[in-house]
Design a protein around this ligand. Structure first.
Ligand SMILES: *[C@@H]1O[C@H](CO)[C@@H](O)[C@H](O)[C@H]1NC(C)=O
Ligand SMILES: *[C@@H]1O[C@H](CO)[C@@H](O)[C@H](O)[C@H]1NC(C)=O
Ligand SMILES: *[C@@H]1O[C@H](CO)[C@@H](O)[C@H](O)[C@H]1NC(C)=O
Ligand SMILES: *[C@@H]1O[C@H](CO)[C@@H](O)[C@H](O)[C@H]1NC(C)=O
Ligand SMILES: *[C@@H]1O[C@H](CO)[C@@H](O)[C@H](O)[C@H]1NC(C)=O
Ligand SMILES: *[C@@H]1O[C@H](CO)[C@@H](O)[C@H](O)[C@H]1NC(C)=O
Length: 354
């Protein structure tokens, strides 16, 4: 009996000495992380196999670098925070001097394999933090910064007054929906305001809204959990109005005004050809922006083509009018010439008769 009490006292003494040990070492030893364990890296960290790992994921967009209309891609800077729970790595903070979080290398433990479906980035554009934060409840937090190039079907029919809607879909490559479930931690309004707050550069675009939608994508017998962000981007059209739309309009007005140039001065034709050339230069700019894959012509292309056609028609008309004026002028001079010749002849004959 005394021996038993002795044992109890000893074990209390040991736990007491653990209490006084405030280094991370004791905690790591308690979590069995001092020697790298393969099991912790391979195993989805749940007690029962049929339990679902809930992975919550937040994406904040803090830069819109480029929207490529030709390649139909959007390049942005995103910051992704992923959280999940490891049911084996938990501790009671008071047992360890109140340590409530720990930073450990990602390589030591299981991390969910979440990727972006629309990703078309170069490798090396991901700056993933090699460490993750482990909370005493077993929650793990990891953050990734990425220069994300995502494909997006751009609808340019209202260019440059367009609003683009782009999808960024997160899903797990190898786990189905019953073992790994993706979900958001923050609401879409919070995400949008955070993105607005941290935005460092947006160029000619304005981030209007970020919507999120969680669903299971069913393909045959396999269903995969997906989390879709729909990013609403609003173009600032001022540059295109100044560069493209107004000059075209002014050139059209100039062309109409050239009706006041007298046809006899001979400058009319040259003036109209100059206007036509200026319009083709503007068309070249447009050609640089819009993709050739567009099935339906964007409205601005129709506008440019119609302005070009109107100027071309007026040029043609000027040429024709000039031609016919000259023709009729020559005929009338011919007629007058013949008449004067007849007068001459009659004069001549009358002189001979005389
Ligand atoms: C904490 O425990 C470790 C291993 O048990 C030991 O090496 C270290 O000296 C202890 N530190 C303190 C302050 O007791
Ligand atoms: C650490 O490993 C030992 C023996 O391998 C085991 O008894 C203990 O439960 C493990 N601790 C944790 C927190 O998994
Ligand atoms: C997991 O399987 C066990 C045994 O088949 C069952 O009792 C338990 O309810 C299941 N849990 C879930 C979350 O499906
Ligand atoms: C985004 O996803 C929705 C739903 O799948 C789809 O209807 C829409 O066309 C997608 N948008 C783009 C730009 O791909
Ligand atoms: C593109 O946008 C226009 C105007 O918003 C719309 O009428 C058209 O249906 C859209 N086209 C596609 C392919 O979504
Ligand atoms: C889907 O499940 C059914 C019944 O569970 C099975 O007969 C069928 O072969 C499965 N299909 C595929 C593609 O695995």
């Amino acid at each position: 009996m005394a021996a038993l009490w002795m044992l109890v006292f000893l074990s209390f003494g040991i736990s007491g000495s653990q209490l006084s040990n405030c280094s991370y070492y004791g905690l790591l030893k308690h979590l069995n992380l001092t020697t790298s364990s393969q099991v912790l890296q391979i195993m989805r960290p749940v007690h029962s196999w049929n339990q679902t790992s809930k992975v919550s994921l937040d994406m904040v967009m803090y830069g819109i670098m480029d929207v490529d209309e030709k390649f139909q891609t959007v390049t942005s800077q995103v910051w992704i925070e992923t959280r999940w729970k490891n049911e084996f790595l938990t501790w009671n903070p008071p047992d360890f001097c109140g340590i409530d979080k720990l930073t450990i290398p990602k390589s030591l433990v299981w991390v969910p394999d979440v990727s972006i479906d629309e990703d078309a980035s170069d490798t090396g554009s991901i700056r993933s933090d090699p460490l993750l934060i482990l909370m005493s409840s077993g929650e793990m937090v990891t953050t990734t910064r990425q220069r994300l190039t995502s494909t997006c079907q751009l609808n340019l029919s209202l260019f440059p007054f367009d609003v683009q809607r782009c999808n960024i879909t997160f899903s797990s490559t190898s786990y189905d929906a019953s073992s790994l479930k993706l979900g958001p931690a923050k609401s879409s309004s919070v995400i949008t305001s955070l993105s607005d707050q941290f935005m460092i550069t947006q160029g000619e675009w304005k981030l209007q809204n970020m919507d999120l939608y969680q669903y299971d994508h069913v393909n045959g017998n396999i269903s995969v959990s997906k989390l879709r962000y729909t990013v609403l981007l609003d173009r600032k059209p001022m540059l295109y109005v100044i560069n493209l739309i107004l000059p075209l309009l002014y050139l059209l007005i100039l062309d109409l005004a050239s009706f006041f140039i007298p046809a006899s001065s001979g400058e009319k034709l040259g003036f109209k050809v100059t206007i036509l050339l200026s319009i083709s230069v503007l068309l070249l700019i447009l050609n640089d922006i819009l993709p050739s894959t567009e099935d339906k012509l964007p409205m601005i292309a129709s506008y440019c083509v119609s302005v070009f056609t109107v100027v071309w028609l007026s040029l043609l008309e000027t040429m024709l009018v000039g031609f016919f004026t000259e023709l009729s002028g020559r005929r009338s001079s011919d007629l007058s010439g013949r008449a004067s010749r007849r007068v001459h002849f009659s004069l001549f004959f009358s002189m001979i008769r005389a």
